[in-house]
Design a protein around this ligand. Structure first.
Ligand code: CMC
Length: 426
């Protein structure tokens, strides 16, 4: 049996043959790279619902089964069992680190977490109140000016160093973007704190390093808060060829600097159909206001003449459940008593979930709660402003973007991204 697919043009009766390539997991692909040469036509796939844009060995999603794997390992075996830094090491190196390797990796990231003093001036040019996502995208692009000569790197060591540097600096950039947005002085990273703790520290501390957080005036960052945020980072670490990763690969395909490619990824993530959904979910829950109003908004979401959508519901790939959402829902239940979870927001969210999961509109379209439906309530309990929800997604996803960039650079079949079009103009 030949591993090919034959297509017939019913207008002419001519047939064309294309190779089928099998995947190690998931659907096979039909290689249509010779389609134009053979047929003189292009293929049309609006929104890339059926198109594989690359070959990859990093992350795998089975949307029907609700399965997510990083480098072959199921997400349930990583979050919350392994730390975010172990997950970063796994994505970058295709294996989990041993104790010594993790220690070395952790120390290097701590050392690299500082920003060049001149980079701070970038933030000063933005108005107070600037959305941290806009500032973060701009500051990440600006980072490329400090590491410009590194554009010529072409070996594994160079790629890995580029990766470790941006992973280390992203929490500092994000915290600075936040502090600028509220007109507060920047807090430099503290080398004695872990990756995730350091981010909370830079968000909360007063100059001199003191913290006064929470209604009881506790000064510490609680271990449970670090664990919750670390799990959120791990769940966001990579997600195969989504809109922002495709953007990063697209910019990388022109040979541009990787930090500019990541800056473009940050911009792509900002939209509410993608990473911006976590901020929109909480805004929507606040707008709904009380459990009594839920029915009205469910009706709006179902109305084909109303553009209103339930934020945090639906996914292009997951058609059963989002495994990341399941982990976060468990985490939310565990945290309920230990952290100050907003019970009104949780009640509204629970009611929406209950109604939607039993409603024909959502069932028939396979619309389930996604990761963003749950992350906001947890982040709110960590005293994090809504405007920082998507920057937190950025921190988690930076490792995924840079790993995908490295894979692209090493791909012997790489080509500039240059889709075609169906022209319908004059
Ligand atoms: N509320 C109400 N209806 C919806 C929703 C929703 N959240 N999502 C999809 N639909 C309907 C949509 O109207 C359409 O109905 P019909 O067939 O009658 O026209 C049908 O479901 C299919 O929708 P689609 O827009 O063609 O699906 P898609 O795969 O192109 O879009 C999505 C996926 C995530 C953009 C979309 O579900 C959505 O807008 N969700 C809300 C935003 C959100 O939560 N985004 C976060 C995604 S997870 C984080 C990440 O990885 O970025």
């Amino acid at each position: 049996m030949k591993n090919t697919m034959t297509m017939i043009d019913n207008r002419t009766g001519k047939s064309y043959e294309f190779d089928i390539q099998d995947a190690t997991r998931g659907p096979s692909v039909v290689n249509i790279s010779s389609f134009y040469a053979q047929t003189g036509m292009f293929t049309y796939d609006n929104g890339f619902t059926s198109t594989a844009s690359c070959k990859s060995k990093i992350t795998f999603i089975d949307g029907e089964k609700g399965e997510l794997r990083y480098r072959g390992i199921k997400i349930e075996d990583l979050a919350p069992k392994r730390s975010y830094l172990e997950t970063c090491y796994l994505l970058l190196n295709d294996r989990l680190p041993d104790e010594q390797e993790l220690l070395k990796f952790d120390l290097e990231l701590r050392h690299r977490s500082l920003l060049h003093e001149n980079l701070k001036n970038i933030f000063a040019t933005f108005p107070t109140g600037a959305h941290p996502m806009a500032a973060l995208s701009a500051a990440t692009a600006a980072l490329s000016t400090f590491y410009y000569s590194h554009l010529d790197i072409s070996d594994e060591n160079g790629y890995q160093e580029m990766a470790r540097r941006i992973i280390a600096k992203m929490p500092t950039l994000a915290a600075f973007a936040y502090r600028h947005s509220i007109g507060a002085p920047f807090i430099q990273p503290d080398i004695d704190r872990s990756y995730t703790e350091n981010f909370l520290y830079m968000m909360r501390a007063y100059p001199g390093g003191k913290m006064h957080h929470g209604i009881n005036g506790e000064r510490k960052i609680k271990a449970i808060e670090i664990k919750a945020l670390d799990t959120i980072f791990t769940l966001h670490a990579d997600h195969e060829q989504n809109a922002s990763t495709t953007t990063v690969r697209g910019v990388a395909s022109t040979g541009a600097h990787p930090y500019v490619a990541i800056s473009a990824g940050i911009s792509a993530l900002w939209g509410r159909a993608h990473g911006g959904a976590n901020e929109s979910v909480i805004k929507q829950l606040e707008m709904i206001g009380s459990v009594e109003n839920v029915d009205k908004y469910i009706a709006k979401a179902k109305d084909p003449n109303d553009e209103f959508r339930l934020m945090g519901f639906g996914h292009r790939v997951y058609k059963n459940f989002d495994p990341r959402a399941k982990i976060l829902k468990n985490l939310q239940d565990q945290l309920k008593d230990e952290l100050n979870l907003d019970s009104n927001l949780m009640n509204i969210a629970n009611k929406i979930e209950e109604i939607a999961l039993a409603d024909e509109y959502f069932i028939s379209r396979k619309l389930y709660p996604n990761i963003d439906f749950y992350s906001g309530v947890i982040l709110t309990a960590l005293d994090i402003e809504k405007s920082m929800f998507t920057p937190i997604f950025v921190i988690g996803r930076t490792v995924g973007w840079i790993t995908q960039w490295m894979e692209f650079k090493k791909d012997k079949e790489k080509k500039i991204a240059r889709p075609r079009q169906l022209y319908l103009g004059k």
